[in-house]
Write a protein that binds this ligand. Structure first.
Ligand code: UDP
Length: 241
């Protein structure tokens, strides 16, 4: 479906891909893609361009892992965006790198900053701002550039967050950029992540749906994605036979 996922594990993603780029101040755009993002990109060609412009697309969703197996190109494991954000916060604290938290509701954003400071006391917060602004608002982008942050977490939901990154990345001379969806809500304690058992059983999506039933429309998109994958996988298998 025209999206190239990075074939690696969570641990290797941090050590072999992100860490070297952070150290050399090389710009880097990470997309954590789930089936909804893949489907959205099929419907919106400008969003597809944005996803294809990313340096790394990592699989954040059990549907992506299952799909990779169905098309005989198995990816080793799910790389959840929330976990990468937490790992990067820890890495930033250790290496003296600074972070910017852009997005979520004002009180959530502020609470997420407080929680980050509590969990990582030496962490440098270059700045933070809520996510309810116009995507084209240049003042917001300039404020983030001015902060000089090394890692910019953007929590505006998809497709807004990836579109924001793609629209403004050129203004920065360095930075690791990553769309993190609802991760600030989780960090702030506003939304609970699924218990470990559910995550291990690949049922995090079901837990989220039970907690936020208004997400049901998204499940239809996931079903549509799986149906497409099953047909693509079958075609590919037929072709190889
Ligand atoms: N959000 C925001 N600005 C907006 C719309 C959404 O900052 O204009 C925030 C919202 O408050 C939440 C996050 O973006 O913190 C979206 O979370 P969600 O779990 O819906 O992410 P998705 O699954 O859509 O990527």
């Amino acid at each position: 479906m025209n999206i190239h996922f990075l074939n690696t594990t969570k641990a290797k993603f941090i050590t072999d891909f992100i860490f070297p780029r952070l150290e050399s101040n090389e710009k880097c755009f990470i997309v954590t893609a789930n089936p909804e993002i893949v489907m959205k990109a099929q419907e919106d060609s400008s969003y597809m361009d944005v996803i294809q412009s990313a340096d790394y697309v990592i699989p954040d969703g059990s549907g992506i892992i299952l799909a990779s197996k169905l098309i005989n190109k198995p990816l080793p494991e799910r790389i959840p965006g929330f976990e990468i954000m937490m790992e990067l916060l820890a890495l930033a604290e250790k290496k003296g790198k600074s972070v910017y938290l852009l997005g979520a509701k004002k009180h959530v954003n502020e609470q997420a900053v407080r929680e980050a400071k509590t969990a990582f006391p030496e962490l440098k917060i270059a700045g933070h701002m809520h996510g309810f602004f116009d995507l084209d608002d240049e003042a917001v982008a300039h404020e983030v550039v001015r902060s000089g942050a090394d890692i910019i977490f953007v929590a505006l939901g998809m497709p807004r967050q990836e579109k924001w990154i793609a629209a403004h990345k050129d203004k920065f001379n360095h930075g690791v950029f990553m769309g993190v969806g609802g991760s600030f809500d989780v960090l702030a304690g506003e939304v609970k992540r699924a218990p470990k058992k559910w995550i291990d059983l690949n049922l995090e999506w079901l837990y989220r749906l039970l907690k936020q039933p208004f997400r049901i429309k998204r499940i239809f998109k996931v079903v549509e994605f799986m149906v497409r994958i099953i047909f693509t996988g079958k075609k590919q298998r037929d072709y190889h036979v």
